[in-house]
Design a protein. Structure first.
Length: 221
């Protein structure tokens, strides 16, 4: 869906791990920004979006497409990114395209070093990783799932999870972070995953259950 000048202007947003923002025009990344603080999604995302739009000379209302990473990832981080992407798409009248965040890292590896099947793994905390298995061309064959690192298929593995468990995964030379330039440039061509976050777990914060009575019941006579 080109804009008034015939361009396709894509904003990519991913908060599954760190905060990543990229902007591409006609398939070429023209501005990117990233903050590696995993606890600063709320404070950093909107300023980063403003920055990349300013660098590219594009108003947020001129976006034709918004690509958002749906995870898997932590509850709070994903929610911030997805809600922001939905609002931007609504304001700009842009299409919203949700993708699996692991697919972006897979695309980075498939472009640079095609070969056999491989795995992308990211940090799921609790001594576990989020992972998915891919064909040589970067198409997803299995997952996403969450498991202990020892339970991940024994295939060449890339992604930030390899930095945490180098002795428990089949680590190979490849990307260890999500590239916001690739997110923006090829996100529209990755398989759509809907618009709902891929939590894979229930959130840690839950509504309290019904309080138990502390009154002592008298035995029936």
């Amino acid at each position: 869906m080109p804009d008034a000048t015939g361009r396709t202007v894509v904003l990519g947003v991913d908060t599954a791990t760190v905060v990543c923002v990229g902007l591409a025009i006609d398939g070429t990344a023209v501005a990117t920004a990233q903050v590696d603080d995993r606890m600063a999604h709320v404070e950093q995302l909107t300023p980063l979006i403003r920055r990349v739009c300013a660098e590219a000379g594009v108003a947020a209302t001129a976006l034709t497409d918004v690509v958002v990473g749906l995870g898997p990832g932590p509850y709070t981080g994903l929610r911030v990114g997805i809600v922001t992407a939905r609002v931007l798409a609504e304001i700009a009248g842009a299409r919203l395209h949700g993708i699996c965040s692991l697919d972006v890292i897979a695309a980075q590896y498939a472009i640079a070093a095609p070969g056999g099947e491989f795995v992308v793994a990211t940090d799921a905390r609790r001594k576990e990783v989020y992972w998915a298995r891919y064909a040589a061309d970067g198409s997803r064959l299995e997952g996403p799932a969450v498991n202990a690192a020892d339970e991940v298929p024994r295939l060449p593995t890339i992604g930030p999870g390899t930095l945490l468990y180098p002795d428990r995964l089949e680590v190979v030379d490849g990307p260890t972070t999500l590239d916001p330039a690739v997110l923006a440039a090829v996100g529209l061509h990755l398989v759509g995953a809907g618009v709902e976050p891929l939590y894979l777990r229930r959130p840690d914060a839950t509504e309290p259950g019904r309080r138990k009575s502390v009154l002592i019941r008298r035995a029936a006579r």
